[in-house]
Write a protein that binds this ligand. Structure first.
Ligand code: FES
Length: 81
C-alpha cells in the first residue's frame, strides 16, 4: 500500500497534511480535494494545474482517487437512506 493509502482515510489526511508529490509540492489535502469525481491521475494533476514529473507518486495518487471515490459513495448511500 502506498503512502496515501497508509493514512486513515481522507479525514485522517486532512489532519496529517503531508506531501504526496514532492516534484510538484502537492500535499494530500490538495490532491484529495482535486480527486472528487476525477477519473484518473492525469485529471487530478490537471485540476491542480500541474503535471507529473518523476512519476513516483502516481500509485499514491491513484490510491487517493479510490479512497475519495469510496468515501463519496459512502456519503451518497447514507444520503439516500
Ligand atoms: S513525486 Fe509526483 S511526479 Fe515526482
Amino acid at each position: 500500500m502506498g503512502r496515501a493509502g497508509s493514512v486513515a482515510g481522507v479525514d485522517g489526511m486532512r489532519r496529517n497534511q503531508m506531501y504526496v508529490c514532492i516534484c510538484n509540492a502537492l500535499k494530500d489535502r490538495q490532491l484529495a480535494a482535486a480527486s472528487h469525481g476525477a477519473r484518473n491521475v492525469a485529471e487530478v494533476f490537471r485540476r491542480c494545474g500541474r503535471r507529473p514529473q518523476c512519476g513516483k507518486c502516481l500509485p499514491d495518487v491513484a490510491q487517493l482517487i479510490e479512497t475519495v471515490r469510496d468515501e463519496d459513495e459512502g456519503v451518497s448511500k447514507l444520503a439516500a437512506e
